[in-house]
Ligand binder design. Structure first.
Ligand SMILES: *Cc1c(COP(=O)(O)O)cnc(C)c1O
Length: 427
């Protein structure tokens, strides 16, 4: 499937039925798989043969969908996880362990920030957070001898900053470590980070890939380009024998294309069990089939709403990289030439009270913590996700009390604008 364009891969990638087989991917709703001899099964346990034995590790439905996502990102191997949180944790923990260090962009999803700064810190993995707008020198200075990975988001949720992927990849590679990019917001339809030097891509498939708000899920994709063996001393987990698999060395046995995902499945999925259910994977695949069609409309609606807001007298500021005046417009033109996403954030002039009135008057846009859904939704961080903070603390964190994050769905753009206009008039 790799020779087809992205639209075709969205529809048909990952699964090619034989004659008389189901046209749609089958939901293999089975925890376990039958074998004729214990020797046959033993080969699976030794990673000597490919196959399924227990759905905590691998399941055919999930693998079809993972293969589609690998093809969409231009990677060599992929796996699904139970959530985006699990995908980011696995991507980092597959190569970093106690005593190691991570360099991360500071503009990342709150859940990932917590994962890295609190939970992984408890596991003995330290992190240095650096602004995505840092200079090459500042970025260089964030590395330590025990740094094992660099992490960032193509379009940060909720900051909406655009990552200079080439700058981050250059720094990572100079220091002999991979760049991991969370590509949830643009999806591979908008940007393929591996083409710009990212080594591993992660997703919260809960967002646009699913796109209909039905199933929580995640994915990890390996580019197959990072040469673990040439940095052997940094990555003992990939480059020295794994005693829990009879002394297999992943980077030798599975090569560039397969080592990262095979190790992640064999060790982390085995031990943590953050599996996606086959039923959820089936829903995810339905979302992927229309991803290219939907992303175009999400971007058109985001652009139209952002342009309307930018002209409105009651709006103090709008963040959307598709606007020519936006701080990230130049990076967006380079990395996201076909549009960014449907999420727009803007600050109302009247602060917290204005946000309250505005949100209560909206008819189409629902108040939700979700983003990237077919239905438009919005959130005022000051009264929801960040409600423990004072107005002064919010201002310092770059989240003014009157800030609204709006995720433009697939409705008619004029209907969305009319809804926003009447709600603004009520302030
Ligand atoms: C939502 C989100 C996550 C977390 O994903 P879940 O599926 O909710 O666990 C990670 N990264 C980004 C950019 C997100 O938007």
């Amino acid at each position: 499937m790799s020779d087809y364009r992205i639209e075709t891969t969205c529809v048909q990638g990952g699964y090619t039925p034989g004659s008389g087989e189901p046209r749609q991917i089958p939901i293999v709703q089975s925890t376990t798989f039958k074998y004729a001899t214990s020797e046959d099964m033993g080969k699976l346990f030794d990673l000597e043969a490919n196959g399924y034995f227990y759905s905590r590790l691998q399941n055919p439905t999930c693998d079809y969908v993972a293969a589609k996502i690998a093809a969409l990102e231009g990677g060599t191997a992929a796996m699904l996880t139970s959530s985006g949180q699990a995908a980011n944790f696995f991507a980092l923990f597959n190569i970093a362990s106690c005593g190691d260090h991570i360099v991360s962009s500071s503009a990342i999803y709150g859940g990932t920030f917590n994962l890295i700064s609190v939970t992984m810190a408890k596991m003995g993995i330290e992190a240095t957070f650096i602004s995505p707008n840092c200079t090459e020198e500042e970025l260089d200075a964030a590395f330590r001898p025990n740094t094992k990975a660099v992490f960032g988001e193509t379009i940060a949720n909720p900051a909406l900053s655009v990552l200079d992927i080439e700058k981050f990849a250059r720094a990572a590679h100079t220091h002999g470590v991979p760049l991991i990019v969370d590509n949830t917001f643009p999806t591979p339809v908008g940007c393929r980070p591996m083409e710009w030097g990212a080594d591993i891509v992660t997703h919260s498939t809960t967002k646009y890939m699913d796109g209909h708000g039905v199933a929580v899920g995640g994915a990890l994709v390996d580019s197959g380009k990072f040469d673990w063996m040439s940095h052997k001393e940094k990555f003992p987990g990939l480059c020295t024998p794994d005693e829990s698999y009879h002394g297999i060395t992943y980077a030798e046995k599975f090569g560039l294309a397969g080592a990262f995902i095979t190790k992640c499945t064999a060790q982390l999925m085995r031990d943590f069990g953050c599996t996606q259910s086959p039923q959820s994977a089936f829903y995810l695949n339905l979302g992927l089939e229309s991803l290219h069609v939907r992303m175009r409309r999400h971007c058109e609606n985001g652009q139209a709403v952002a342009e309307f807001l930018a002209e409105h007298p009651k709006v103090a500021a709008v963040s959307y990289c598709g606007l020519p005046g936006d701080k990230y417009h130049a990076l967006a033109k380079k990395y996201l030439p076909n549009g960014s996403c449907g999420v727009v954030s803007f600050e109302l002039k009247g602060g917290r009270p204005a946000a309250g009135v505005f949100m209560s008057r909206l008819q189409l846009a629902a108040i939700e913590t979700h983003v990237a859904d077919a239905r438009t939704c919005c959130l005022n961080p000051a009264t929801s996700t960040h409600r423990q903070m004072t107005d002064a603390q919010l201002q310092a964190a770059g989240i003014p009390a009157g800030l609204i994050r709006m995720s433009c769905g697939l409705e008619n753009a004029q209907d969305l604008i009319d809804d926003i206009r009447q709600a603004l008039e009520a302030i």
